[in-house]
Design a protein around this ligand. Sequence first.
Ligand code: ADP
Ligand code: ZN
Ligand code: ZN
Length: 724
Amino acid sequence: MPIVRVGLDLPLSTLFDYKIEQNFAVQIGQRVLVPFGRKQVVGVILALTKESELSADKLKSVIQTLDDVPPIPAELLTLLKFCSDYYHFPLGMTVLAALPARLRSGEPITLKQTLSYQLSVDGKALDLASLPKRRLSQQRILQALQATPLTLAQLRQLTASAPATLKNLLEAGWVETCPPPIASEAIFNGAHTLTSEQQLALDAVIQQRGYGCFLLHGITGSGKTEIYVHLMHEMLQRGGQVLLLVPEINLTPQLENYFRARFSNVELVSLHSGLADGERAQNWLKAQAGTARIILGTRLAIFTPLPNLALILVDEEHDSSFKQQDGLRYSARDVAIFRANQRKIPIVLGSATPSLESYYNASKGRYQLLRLSQRAVQPAQLPLVRCIDVTKLPLQEGLSEPLLTAIQTRLERGEQSLIFLNRRGYSPVLMCTACGWLSSCLNCAGKLVLHLKDRSLRCHHCGHQQRVPRACPSCGNSDLQPVGMGTQRIEAALQAHFPDARILRVDRDSTRHKGSWEKMRQQIHSGEADILVGTQMLAKGHDFPNLTLVGVLNPDGGLYSADFRASEKLFAQLTQVGGRAGRADKAGEVIVQTAFPQHPLFAALRAHDFTKWAEILLAERQQAGFPPFYFQALLSAESKSEADVFHFLREARVAGKTLAKEVDVYGVVPASMPKRANHFRAQLLVQSAQRKLLQDFLREWQQDLNALPAKNIRWSLDIDPLEF
Ligand code: ADP
Ligand code: ZN
Ligand code: ZN
């Protein structure tokens, strides 16, 4: 009797055996509906066998095979198996987490064909000149269709009113639908002649046969994206698919339009968690069918089946968003490297500020370093960076005189300024001037942030929200003062100082509604804003040509933080935010307000010398015994009972020590956020100079951990953790 071993979305490391009673044709990778307890659940067949440890009468039967979509290919299953092993996460959960939600449910699904549009016989006979001139979108569409059939998405590129116009054209009988044309040559629009640096980088990747990992280290504006486009073109010509991973959903619509415009007859899909379930499933299926040739996505896209995958690009490879922070805690960048290796294709990691891990790998020759040291557009220079010593200059509501003067100059010249501050809200805490009471969250170890617009105090960790008290809850004093600066307070201060300036605040509060960030971006582009105040949202990947000044407020928290990666992150962030200034023909200026102007981080920033900075950090890390010289895993636990958490972790520590492997098992310590949403949190770090030794240790240790009593405790293992 045929038996299948099925992976289910359950926190158990085993697979589950089911028998096949009917004449189902079963394959590995196929989805099936099976009984589990009293429920029916979707699982994936991961092995076929003839025998089971369960006796025949205990074995239940597969209810149904879900063969409306092809099975998950063996190659992808191998990748998922690797992830399950490496991240010590149950295989069934790993496999199911990789599927779009629609495929995890048992609902039937079919791949919708994308229709194309072409001119009908009447349409071909039409004299365009005879059409009324004001029907511009009709003209555009008819003209484009004279060259080649196009899809709706492609026609939208020509005119936003394509859907309505198409309807009219179909009704008039000038246009008809047709199946998508067999991929002819990819049309490549607006290719720039590459600079010699770009050309060298491009050639290196194109000439690569088999696996090769390239680190494309190029300053902001050096034309990394242009290289991606040329690489995509090359791979399309070879009949391949290209996967481009980006860190943020926010960036994908913009990028999607950009790449669509560059490759107007190539099917491109995006994959990220912002898509509706149906659309995401469709895009996934198009990738699996090979019809989508360019796949643009956030980290989850790394688990897309891609039969013709020829190249992986990871943009902003240093970005910590590539690491998932719950469930399967994978690094999409690292999984991408494994996948490229498995498939024997090149992979390019791009960044202006590579992660120390990647930089170190490049310096050891494991990755090939490709450098772009010049901006691609000629007069564009790197911005001038100045540090203002805030211990010597008084601040008015957080702003120094030189910064205010610089903004004033921009206002006079009609140029834009950006004030960067990584703290939203009005002020990070409210204080009583009489007794020193501070607004703290009852559920967390954090403070409540003052939001003045709706007079509320909010916890940014657990979401708790309350009204601002009229008087101090501790002593009754009515003089409560905001302490410290958030984006709202800076916005108010700037508005008071420059009453006529148009100020736009961009942070998670002001962009909560769908489409609001897109609208703001347009306002910035069309010059409807003079001063932008924002958090890191503004720092990433946006190109504002009229922006010539960036002010950085209070970055000092990142200089001497308990998190050993904080200063690496700060440098990347400031380089990126500074890169927003002066991209076109206007020189940019960056003013940093700091109490530590002599810090080597700022010296490197002023000199635009990433390499120098990376060498300093690497020396520090080596001395302290941190990554990339050591490999780490973090065991975290949380519970409503503080004693239980510490007890569990101490037991875990004893078990780890008992294994007596060549790994360091550190002490049990509270998490950096020791209490969140009424849960106490603590952790235990283990590390080793060799990845393999750490992995061997973890495999044994995990058995111990699974056996420890852990009532009311949630615990997890994070391999190569970024957050502590
Ligand atoms: P990065 O991704 O490194 O920040 P981009 O690829 O976005 O840089 O390039 C910055 C700007 O320079 C863009 O406007 C781009 O169109 C332009 N550009 C890139 N390469 C070239 C080139 N070889 N010739 C002319 N312009 C270029
Ligand atoms: Zn008080
Ligand atoms: Zn809270």
